[in-house]
Design a protein around this ligand. Structure first.
Ligand code: FES
Length: 105
């Protein structure tokens, strides 16, 4: 297990336990005021949008073309910090990852 530090849509900072091997989406979708993740991780809904703390960007895998295409359609797309967190696998290296749930679209 690793810890993620997540700011939810109410502005509360919550520490969430995440299982290595799962996705960041699976780890945070059940917390209050969080992502919806409607498609269940198929990279087709963009409702798992989060903004990643700039200090963590380099530790993350690169976005796929599909992920980037969906993100660019969002009103609050941030070219550097926006990610679909169903596309980020939890690894030991991500212990302490800091992210903010994206605003409701
Ligand atoms: S859960 Fe639908 S794109 Fe991530």
């Amino acid at each position: 297990m690793v810890q993620l530090v997540v700011t939810n849509r109410d502005g509360q900072v919550v520490e969430v336990e995440a299982e290595v091997g799962g996705s960041v989406m699976e780890s945070i979708r059940d917390m209050d005021a969080s992502i919806e993740a409607i498609c269940g991780g198929m990279c087709s809904c963009a409702t798992c949008h989060c903004l990643v703390d700039i200090n963590w960007l380099e530790q993350l895998p690169a976005r796929s073309d599909d992920e980037l295409e969906l993100l660019e359609e969002l009103e609050c797309f941030d070219p550097s910090r926006s990610r679909l967190v169903c596309q980020i696998p939890v690894t030991e290296e991500l212990d302490g990852l800091v992210l903010t749930v994206g605003p409701e679209e």
